[in-house]
Design a protein around this ligand. Structure first.
Ligand SMILES: [Zn+2]
Length: 336
């Protein structure tokens, strides 16, 4: 008999095994592909599949293709206890409705109910926007593990954010929380953003921001290595690594605005950690981090600045990250 509980010797081992046997499915729906994964509670991926999204296909047919793959896994892994789904766009998470996923052409789609109508068994299905999924995956498996207060900035083609305060994901009144990329820091003279404003944060720190800035100033730098007919994020980063003046100008502006953004997040949320996620973060981290930290320090109170660190996101499989939604919502329901 164990000295600490009523279990017979050896039973703890089987308890751990039972925990590891707890399974979920994660599904990341992107504009071009849908990634599925069967994941155990320790974050081990047991199975994975990628299907094309075919975003021009009618929603109903896409739902049928998703359900067919989910049913394959449900038949193969009877211990699956929930499904977590990440979608690019705002979600009514209580109703499981995708409000507006522009890249998928989905508006007001009741994805959860539509999937449950096709699944061979009823189980919890949780849907979140992909930026919140990014933070939840860091919180369970990545850099934000064991953190109670953290901010996640997803820097890719655009810029979005997510926040966990006191172990709870921050939610807005109309599912539009942390749309920080469209805060206009230079509304008069800034570059035009697709949202209609000028000088949004993401016009400086995002893929489209870097390209827009390099395009606007290309004529001022006739010796630049960035070809005028191929101004891409990749070309800008490559040129910055060769000390190109235009690229350095563009990257320095990105670093400065990112530093201001990190300062706002620090002053508002007082986190212990800011995680930089998204593809562009990984491409420019070493080029910006020193300047970003210096700029951030200028705009923070010392007690806030000293408490927070900035880290690059763990490189996590997006479907595996979505699977963590099941554990997150189980935990949240226990807290409330
Ligand atoms: Zn904007």
């Amino acid at each position: 008999m164990c000295l600490l509980c009523t279990m017979a010797a050896g039973e703890h081992g089987s308890l751990r095994k039972n925990m590891a046997d707890r399974l979920t499915i994660g599904l990341d729906i992107g504009a071009t592909k849908m990634a599925f994964a069967v994941v155990d509670v320790a974050g081990t991926v047991l199975d994975e599949t990628v299907l094309p999204t075919l975003s021009t296909q009618p929603y109903a047919q896409t739902v049928e293709r998703i359900a067919a793959q989910l049913n394959t896994y449900l038949a193969e892994y009877p211990l699956i206890e929930g499904i977590g789904i990440g979608v690019p766009g705002p979600i009514n998470r209580e109703a499981g409705v995708v409000l507006n996923a522009v890249n998928l052409g989905w508006q007001n789609c009741p994805l959860r109910d539509d999937l449950l109508a096709h699944l061979t068994r009823t189980l919890p299905v949780y849907i979140e926007n992909d930026v919140n999924v990014g933070l939840i995956s860091e919180y369970f498996y990545g850099k934000a593990k064991d953190m109670t207060h953290c901010v996640y900035l997803a820097i890719g083609t655009g810029l979005g954010g997510a926040v966990i305060i006191n172990d709870q994901l921050m939610r807005g009144a109309t599912y539009m929380e942390m749309e920080i990329g469209h805060y206009a820091i230079d509304p008069v003279n800034g570059r035009q953003c697709t949202c209609g404003q000028r000088g949004c944060v993401e016009m400086s720190i995002s893929g489209k921001g870097l390209v827009s800035n390099a395009t606007a100033h290309h004529a001022d730098y006739p010796d630049t290595l960035i070809p005028v007919d191929d101004i891409t994020t990749y070309a800008i980063i490559e040129a910055a690594r060769h000390d190109d003046e235009l690229a350095t100008f563009v990257i320095d502006e990105a670093a400065e605005v990112l530093g201001q953004l990190c300062a706002w997040c620090t002053m508002i949320f007082n986190p212990n950690l800011i995680v930089l996620g998204g593809g562009l973060s990984h491409g420019i981290y070493d080029l910006v981090i020193e300047k970003t930290r210096a700029e951030m320090r200028k705009h923070c109170l010392p007690q806030s600045y000293d408490a927070v660190s900035i880290e690059l996101s763990h490189s996590i499989n997006a479907a595996m990250g979505a699977s963590a939604l099941v554990w997150y919502f189980q935990k949240e329901s226990q807290l409330s």
